[in-house]
Design a protein around this ligand. Structure first.
Ligand SMILES: NC(=O)c1ccc[n+]([C@@H]2O[C@H](COP(=O)([O-])OP(=O)(O)OC[C@H]3O[C@@H](n4cnc5c(N)ncnc54)[C@H](O)[C@@H]3O)[C@@H](O)[C@H]2O)c1
Length: 404
């Protein structure tokens, strides 16, 4: 466990929670990420003499790898304010726990919450946050399928995200999964470590000349397509919004989703999870895949119906699967369960498969992406401190959802 996250929670932050629960949550409270000249909020003088504004935010599901960049970004917001903006002093309350109905009270005293992919920002959670005076949900991720946007709008809580942070990080991880699966790197490494230098069972295939189906050609899908173009692959794509410049640049052909499934040797998912895209890969669509195709998912777990994938792996319909996301990952990923029995039988089955490679939602985890996530998140928080976030968030208009 991260040492800095073991600091005792502040009594103020945890008042109202049962003592045993507050202790279990292991909150790190009252620690200023920047160095404000005084601890209460409002306008104050910064170290360079300019009047600064301040706010505090509860950072849920916090880990050492993201708390460091957030602290640095906060220090910069105070020392190097944006042109024509006052310095912003942001106090971050780092919390290990996920945000849900049981933990929302930990945001007491904060104007904003800062959340990640498996925090559950339901209508009930938003109601609780509203009663605590929270005015902004700052997502430190691109996807927002875990936020009830309509409820946020009704309650006048703004929602901001980080729409872009190194698409290379995610696209390169998708390629890493593909290469490791195809060339059986995990098995090969385990084998030679064990003194077994046989090559039986390690045969892969050339990527050169294979057909790759890219589902979603936004920022990440386009980056992935460019990398696969470099391998000499034929590129198919499906996306309701065509990127004609990309098609021209790479010789990529847009086609209907069923055609993409039927013709691709490799299918990689790079679209958001929405009610429409939920279980896009299901018993019906997976049956259309070219027999033995490789499926890569770095999008969201809910894009794939896990039972359908398991059935297709058993029948050989899917030859291999590389998954950075899993539909039941909430409560499992981002935590150490190595000392306990895995109760999710579908995940346990997938983990046993030699032709399945699972990473725990780490595609974003590069230094560049973490830095960008922190900088934009702090910019979103600063906008709230500067009074730029409207009380009635226009989430439909995407303005606040798109970040500020
Ligand atoms: N694993 C990770 O660490 C990680 C990190 C960042 C993002 N993601 C996921 O990757 C997704 C894509 O990110 P992005 O930055 O490229 O988003 P983006 O908005 O730039 O692109 C998404 C594309 O998907 C397309 N799309 C929407 N519905 C579709 C459908 N039914 N079929 C085909 N295409 C469809 C959109 O038109 C758009 O072009 C995010 O929504 C997020 O869920 C995962």
């Amino acid at each position: 466990m991260n040492a800095e996250l073991q600091t005792q929670p502040s009594p103020t932050a945890l008042s109202g929670l049962p003592a045993h629960y507050a202790a279990k949550l292991g909150a790190l409270s009252g620690e200023a990420a920047s160095t404000p000249s005084e601890s209460h909020h409002g306008s104050r003088a910064s170290s360079n003499g300019a009047a600064s504004v301040s706010l505090s935010a509860a950072v849920f599901d916090s880990h050492k790898y993201d708390s460091g960049p957030l602290r640095e970004a906060c220090a910069k917001a105070l020392q190097h304010p944006q042109p024509d903006k006052p310095p912003v002093s942001i106090e971050l309350r780092f919390l290990e726990s996920n945000l849900d109905v049981h933990t929302a009270a930990l945001a007491k005293g904060c104007e904003a919450v800062c959340v990640f992919v498996n925090d559950k920002i339901s209508a009930q959670v938003l109601q609780e946050l509203k009663s605590l005076g929270v005015r902004l949900v700052a997502l430190r991720c691109a996807g927002y399928n875990n936020v009830d946007l309509q409820a946020a709008k009704l309650l006048g809580i703004a929602v901001a995200r980080v729409p872009e942070y190194s698409p290379h990080a995610i696209a390169e991880h998708a390629v890493a999964l593909l290469l490791a699966l195809n060339r059986k790197l995990v098995r090969a490494t385990q084998r030679v470590r064990d003194g077994n230098f046989l090559l039986e069972g390690l045969v892969g295939f050339d990527l050169f000349g294979k057909t790759v189906g890219v589902v979603g050609t936004g920022k990440i899908g386009a980056t992935f397509a460019r990398i696969m173009h470099g391998f000499g692959c034929r590129l198919l794509a499906s996306d309701p919004v065509r990127n004609d410049a990309l098609a021209k640049e790479l010789g990529l052909e847009y086609c209907d989703f069923p055609v993409l499934l039927e013709q691709s040797d490799i299918v990689s998912l790079h679209l958001p999870l929405t009610p429409e895209s939920w279980h896009l890969i299901n018993a019906d669509s997976i049956g259309r895949l070219k027999r033995g195709a490789t499926l890569i998912n770095t999008g969201r777990g809910g894009l794939i119906e896990t039972e359908a994938l398991i059935a297709a792996l058993k029948s050989g319909g899917v030859g291999a699967a590389g998954l950075d996301v899993y539909e039941e990952e909430e409560g499992v990923f981002f935590a150490d369960h190595s000392g306990t029995v895995l109760t999710d039988e579908k995940l346990a089955w997938l983990l046993m498969c030699p032709n399945v490679l699972i990473t725990a939602h780490q595609a974003f985890l590069t230094q560049e992406a973490l830095q960008q996530l922190a900088v934009v998140t702090v910019r979103n928080l600063s906008a709230l401190a500067n009074g730029e976030v409207p009380r009635q968030a226009d989430v439909d208009g995407q303005r606040w959802l798109a970040g500020v």
